[in-house]
Write a protein that binds this ligand. Structure first.
Ligand code: FES
Ligand SMILES: [Fe+2]
Length: 422
């Protein structure tokens, strides 16, 4: 009898071997000037004629240089929610486009955004590979190099063997503090000294929309970090349209938040807002009963009409909020390279939800559901980045259900114009 020899154990079917190798795009990556022109032209199209961004904007390192200097180093960037660092000594490690940062709450209870660059010879105080956690509580931060130590408010407190350094006064030295603001419970940082306060940019977004949730009182109960193999805008665009509920979320979100009924508020220069109404029969039931029908406690201050939909909000450039009556998903999204980004997905709830008897079980179920639909997003985003690297990739036409992408293009085009005007 003939037998089929099993494959040697190290062999894998073709295509399944993991590799770090990135194939070069064989023909043509448009130069940055061409990308600028394409975005600018695209942003001027009528909504009905809108199309996606040029593929080069998701690949080209020079375009990321532009985004870093003109967007991530100049705008307000949300880094944390205050409930993530409730106690003195709490900290989060964050890297903002090459700036090593420490979000910390000092002894005086003040939240600051400090640089992690040691004031001695410049080492990152919490470098990768030294076992520092991404978040935690410490009384002191110790530089691993020569053991200078700082308190969480940034003051230098310990300096071994510096007694012969003439005129050196450690009390005059502290970690650099970046400009930051707490707005609606979120901590924003900017590396710019010139831009106006956060409230000026997002005041209308709060007054007309997210102010109803009282996010300053909310509590962040879940966060999950993702190192992503796609450009940051792939995730942002995926976040801001409900069109993909039809495909990517057909089993999870589409059954109760059908893509078809979603609609977008008119363009605003500071933000984009999309409404995601619940399935028609669910809406009718809520309006008839006055009951939100949610697993967690709805935020006080919402009306019964507010119970009938979910919302996605993008405060330009990357303040991402997905609101339901009983929870908020907030994302921290930062580029880590032209084709990679770092994403932290979180869930915030009203603290009264924790008083529910079955809270533990509700929490577990909600986190499982959140991980499931986020995994669906990860798959399509990775595959989009792979497709967009092809030499034949071109901008494609957009559905009316993707209107926020066209709004975002207008924001980007504005930044390009400012940059070109010098
Ligand atoms: S570089 Fe930090 S102590 Fe020397
Ligand atoms: Fe999604």
């Amino acid at each position: 009898m003939n037998t089929i020899e099993p494959l040697p154990s190290k062999a894998s079917p073709p295509g399944n071997i993991a590799t770090d190798y990135q194939f070069p795009t064989s023909t043509h990556i448009p130069g940055t000037e061409e990308i600028f022109t394409a975005i600018s032209d695209s942003s001027k199209l009528a909504r009905e004629k809108s199309q996606s961004l040029p593929p080069g904007s998701y690949i080209d390192p020079a375009f990321l240089d532009f985004e870093t200097s003109e967007i991530f180093r100049k705008e307000w960037i949300s880094l944390a929610h205050v409930s993530q660092i409730p106690n003195p000594g709490d900290f989060l490690k964050v890297d903002l486009c090459g700036e090593p940062l420490l979000v910390s709450r000092g002894k005086d209870d003040r939240i600051k955004v400090l640089s992690r660059v040691c004031r001695h010879r410049g080492m990152d105080l919490m470098p990768n590979g030294y076992g520092h956690p991404e978040k935690g509580n410490q009384r002191v931060i110790l530089c691993p190099y020569h053991l200078w130590s700082y308190e969480l408010g940034g003051k230098l407190i310990g300096v071994p063997e510096m007694q012969e350094a003439e005129g050196f006064d450690r009390t005059e030295v502290c970690l650099h503090e970046f400009r930051s603001e707490i707005w609606e419970g979120f901590l924003f940082v900017t590396l710019s000294e010139d831009i106006p306060p956060v409230a000026e940019k997002y005041g209308e977004l709060r007054d007309r929309f997210i102010g109803k949730w009282d996010l300053a009182e909310a509590e962040l109960v879940w966060d999950q970090h993702w190192d992503c193999e796609f450009n940051w805008k792939i995730l942002l665009e995926n976040f801001m349209e409900a069109y993909h509920h039809l495909g990517a979320h057909r089993k999870t979100l589409e059954p109760f938040l059908p893509a078809k009924g979603c609609w977008t508020e008119p363009y605003n220069e500071n933000f984009s807002v999309m409404h995601l109404p619940l399935r028609e029969d669910m809406k009718e039931e809520i309006l008839a009963s006055g009951d939100a029908g949610t697993t967690m406690t709805p935020f006080p201050g919402l009306s019964v009409e507010d119970y009938t939909e979910w919302w996605v909000y993008l405060g330009f450039p990357n303040f991402l909020i997905f609101n339901a009556p009983d929870r908020t998903y907030w994302y921290r999204l930062l580029p880590t390279g032209p084709e990679t980004c770092s994403l932290t997905t979180t869930m915030l709830i009203h603290p009264s939800t924790k008083e529910k008897e079955d809270y533990e079980e509700i929490y577990r179920n909600e986190v499982d559901a959140a991980i499931s639909f986020h995994l669906e997003d990860m798959e399509v985003c990775v595959a989009t980045q792979q497709g967009i690297r092809s030499s034949i990739a071109r901008p494609g036409r957009l559905s009316h259900l993707e209107e926020p992408l066209w709004h975002f293009q207008k924001y980007l085009a504005g930044k390009i114009e400012e940059y070109q005007a010098g």
